[in-house]
Write a protein that binds this ligand. Structure first.
Ligand SMILES: [Zn+2]
Length: 399
């Protein structure tokens, strides 16, 4: 026992890099987003699907080089007190006047980064700059997707304040990697978003609402494990790294898997909706013209096949999910500077007869009641519970 305690004490937990969804999820979200687009946009986006998918992880790639990048991916709402969504003005000008721009940057800026990227995308559409459209669309997809991750809304982003370290990659990488194939990725179709900032704040608030469960269920599952069965230890470069075991991940998945899948399949709809909104705000430029060559029969058939596979939840089994293709995984998006010479997506498929795409059906119902764990919960076994539903009308920070 003593030895075990010593081992634990010596464990050097690698500095955690809060990365949002893992690469698999980010890339999947952007691919699905293309499928949810209306026909008027889908041809262009499908033509560049490989890049839309590949660049989805560019913001994470450049975090190593750019210290300003990291806070763009999250917002630690619990830093702002017990009623953070009431306290926090939603507009940047008002929020920075209240808390200072430095504080906002320290605790994360994802809602405003989504808005900023959407505005840049609108501008790219106005300029008919297809390289920028593709890059910004992919990156907008990244930031929006990050807003759907509960652990991106808390100071305790990795469970590090509550002896639950490692939760971040467990939730956003390990669970999707082990279970994505089982999930029905039936995101709803894209729609114009009147108020993009409000939409992303709503996503952040929902994410925050899932935090209680995210942490509590880990504690619950832990009771059935010992340290030896809960964790695995790997040794590399003289350091020992502790991570959750597969057995623990599977038990935890039984508790929160629905939540993870739900967040993952909600994200593409807002991603595509903001692409659509930027395009519409730019005066609906003719995307066929931007393509140079209009989609031919083969390209259209391929898209129809993918839409059908998506509808039947067979993207993975038919090997159509680009995120799982080797070349898409190893390539570093930030090293690809131009989208000019983009090739059509590397999809090899046998070709059954194409079928008309079927619109996505509604996602699983949103949980009625959600718990919130804030920093002030730290060290306490009692969790605060708050009803988050329908409380955003009054005192929601918009005034
Ligand atoms: Zn990220």
């Amino acid at each position: 026992m003593k030895k075990h305690v010593l081992t634990l004490a010596l464990v050097l937990l690698c500095p955690f890099l809060s990365s949002g969804w893992g690469f698999l999820a980010h890339r999947t979200i952007n691919q699905i987003a293309v499928y949810t687009l209306p026909k008027s946009m889908q041809g262009f986006y499908y033509r560049h699907l490989a890049e839309i998918v590949r660049f989805s992880t560019a913001p994470d790639e450049r975090r190593e080089d750019d210290p300003k990048e990291a806070p763009k991916h999250y917002i630690d709402m619990d830093h702002y007190g017990d009623d953070p969504f009431g306290s926090m003005p939603k507009l940047w000008e008002k929020a920075s006047a209240k808390y200072s721009a430095d504080t906002l940057r320290k605790y994360g800026t994802v809602p405003w980064v989504v808005l900023e990227t959407k505005l840049a995308l609108t501008e790219a559409f106005k300029q008919r700059d297809s390289v920028a459209i593709i890059r910004l669309s992919a990156e907008l997809g990244h930031y929006v997707a990050d807003a759907y991750v509960p652990l991106h809304t808390t100071v305790n982003y990795d469970g590090q304040l509550t002896n639950q370290q490692g939760m971040h990659s467990l939730w956003e990488s390990k669970l999707p990697e082990r279970h994505l194939a089982e999930w029905k990725l039936d995101s709803e179709k894209a729609e114009y978003v009147k108020d993009p900032l409000r939409a992303v704040w709503t996503a952040v608030q929902e994410s925050y609402g899932f935090l209680g469960d995210t942490f509590d269920k880990e504690e619950k599952v832990t009771r059935a494990f010992t340290n030896e069965t809960k964790y695995t230890f790997s040794h590399k470069f003289g350091k020992t790294r502790r991570s959750y075991s597969d057995a623990f991940a599977d038990a935890y998945y039984k508790e929160v898997g629905g939540q993870v899948a739900y967040r993952l399949k909600q994200a593409p709809t807002l991603v595509a909706s903001l692409w659509l909104t930027a395009w519409q705000d730019a005066g609906r430029p003719d995307l066929d013209q931007l393509m140079g060559k209009k989609p031919g029969k083969e390209e259209k058939e391929k898209l129809a096949l993918e839409l059908k596979a998506w509808d039947k939840n067979e993207l993975m089994t038919q090997d159509l999910l680009l995120a799982t293709h080797k070349e898409a995984v190893v390539e570093r998006p930030d090293q690809i500077n131009s989208a000019k010479d983009m090739a059509p997506p590397p999809v090899e498929t046998p070709t059954p007869a194409p079928a008309a795409p079927v619109p996505a059906t509604a996602p699983a119902a949103e949980p009625e009641k959600v718990k919130v764990k804030t920093k002030s919960d730290e060290g306490s076994s009692k969790r605060k519970e708050k009803k988050k539903k329908d409380d955003k009308k009054e005192n929601d920070g918009w005034n």
